[in-house]
Ligand binder design. Structure first.
Ligand SMILES: Nc1ncnc2c1ncn2[C@@H]1O[C@H](COP(=O)(O)OP(=O)(O)OP(=O)(O)O)[C@@H](O)[C@H]1O
Length: 244
């Protein structure tokens, strides 16, 4: 199995708090991977290090064989990795369509507001809104959408950049069951079309139903990995969640 995203001995401390404590992880290309673990086990810090949002104190990250450890977030995005955030990032006073277009404009939001709209890009943005089931919100400002709709909008923006690997940080957090189903189905469909996923998620039903491979973190490093059937019954995983 080819490793897509690989870290070696990643370490990160915030003052006296060790968030990542030698995380060596391989996520596989072409799969839906999940990263789970108790609160504070380092999952978001891992995403932040991998995507260049924060610098690890030491260790290495490679993506499809290339070292991306010290690269800036935009360079990592260009290499093919897209991500969403736990606390959803959309522009509240922009419409859904403009939010999705802003995701791919050179110069970000300002470029998006000033630049001429290319017909092809607008069509593609509309296609993603449709695919995510929020086309009826095309001209609605993000601040007037529900939390779940905003999460779908953020994902549409990420997909607009056409990443081959997508990191999702708690896609199910605060989302109602109907939207949850849609997110699960969409992830499997996008994966069937060739996209690799790494998903940080606390909703175990979702994780177990959509993942091919699960890595479990505890205290900043992996303690177990394997398919859902194995993780479900792993004593170390149960111990980490129960704090024993
Ligand atoms: N910017 C920061 N400053 C100080 N401590 C931080 C910072 N970011 C994370 N931490 C600490 O690092 C540890 C790991 O946090 P992180 O958010 O990565 O865990 P997590 O597994 O994503 O948790 P959750 O599931 O609750 O989102 C925690 O103890 C957290 O308090």
């Amino acid at each position: 199995m080819t490793a897509s995203l690989e870290t070696t001995d990643l370490r990160k401390a915030f003052g006296g708090v060790t968030a990542l404590d030698g995380a060596t992880v391989r996520f596989r290309h072409g799969q839906v991977n999940a990263l789970i673990g108790p609160n504070g086990s380092g999952k978001t810090t891992f995403f932040n290090c991998v995507t260049g949002m924060i610098r690890p104190d030491s260790g290495r990250t490679t993506y499809r064989g290339a070292d991306i450890t010290r690269k800036a977030p935009h360079a990592i995005a260009r290499a093919g990795i897209g991500r969403t955030f736990q606390l959803c990032r959309v522009f509240p006073r922009m419409t859904a369509l403009d939010n999705v277009l802003a995701a791919v404009r050179p110069g970000g939001v300002l470029g998006g507001l000033r630049g001429a709209r290319s017909r092809a890009q607008t069509d593609r943005a509309r296609e993603w809104l449709t695919r995510l089931g929020i086309e009826h919100l095309t001209d609605v400002e993000a601040r007037n959408m529900s939390w779940g709709q905003q999460k779908l909008l953020e994902l549409a923006g990420v997909l607009m950049a056409d990443p081959e690997t997508v990191l999702l940080d708690e896609p199910a957090g605060g989302v109602n069951p109907a939207l949850l189903d849609r997110i699960g189905t969409l992830v499997r469909e996008l994966n069937a079309e060739g996209r690799t996923f790494v998903i940080v998620e606390h909703n175990m039903d979702l994780v177990m139903s959509i993942s091919d491979h699960i890595v479990v973190f505890d205290r900043g490093r992996p303690i177990a990995e394997g398919p859902p059937s194995m993780i479900r019954t792993d004593e170390r995983v149960l111990g980490a969640y129960l704090g024993v």
